[in-house]
Write a protein that binds this ligand. Structure first.
Ligand code: SF4
Length: 218
């Protein structure tokens, strides 16, 4: 069962048939589109299913990296101090640099999260495809505090929250069950490089860390 931020069956059904002339319009985390905008100046490796989807002729991608816009590349890792991106947008939490001083870098993170969401509105996207666990682009899980502490929280990053608040369906590279439905809509399910076929919240690590999401299958 999908999570509330995923495209629902009703949404998938309501989408038109996508063609090269009238493609699915997708807001994409820059790194998932292959841009070298990660904190280390890479695109964080290969994400075959995301790349497969973005390479379809009936998909038009709009890549954006909120952290690159906020802090440049390469850079420190920005970490949500507590909770998730909704808490940051609401002023209940902040974003800190993953440095010994843990500088408060909340303002530029919020500004560029809003800029990413504004791009989605301007380009009238059908869907956002974003990198999970990122403090900016996450959707189902985010880090809390410095990475070395390996603390996690459920929910989106700051840009993910800004996109969700606008009602834009959001899926991550980790959500294979939902991506399968999207690829079916694109007429491209047959050749897609699926792994285990599960969404992020259905995997053993998620359930061992947070418990099963009520009403969803494991
Ligand atoms: S996850 Fe988002 S913020 Fe991080 S490198 Fe990718 S596009 Fe940039």
């Amino acid at each position: 069962m999908p999570l509330p931020h995923h495209p629902s069956e009703a949404t998938l059904h309501a989408w038109p048939t996508f063609t090269a002339a009238a493609p699915m319009r997708v807001l994409v985390s820059g790194c998932l589109a292959g841009l070298p905008c990660g904190v280390d100046g890479t695109s964080y490796g290969e994400y075959p299913l995301a790349r497969f989807m973005l390479a379809r002729p009936n998909v038009k991608a709009f890549p954006f990296c909120p952290e690159d816009h906020a802090y440049g590349t390469p850079r420190f890792t920005p970490n949500i101090s507590l909770g998730n991106g909704f808490d940051v947008l609401a002023g209940r939490s902040k974003v800190e640099a993953d440095t010994d001083a843990e500088e408060d870098i909340t303002e530029p993170m919020i500004r560029e999260a809003r800029a990413m969401a504004a791009l989605a509105v301007r380009e009238n996207v059908h869907l956002a495809l974003m990198m999970d666990i990122s403090g900016a682009c996450g959707s189902t899980v985010v880090y809390n505090g410095r990475r070395a502490r390996k603390k996690y929280a459920t929910g989106p990053g700051v840009a993910g929250a800004a996109v969700i608040e606008l009602g834009i369906p959001l899926v991550s590279q980790c959500d294979e069950r939902t991506l399968r439905m999207v690829l079916r809509k694109l007429g491209a399910e047959a050749d897609a490089p699926f792994g285990d076929g599960l969404d992020h919240h259905e995997r053993d690590w998620y359930i061992a860390t947070f418990g099963a999401v009520p009403g969803t299958s494991a």
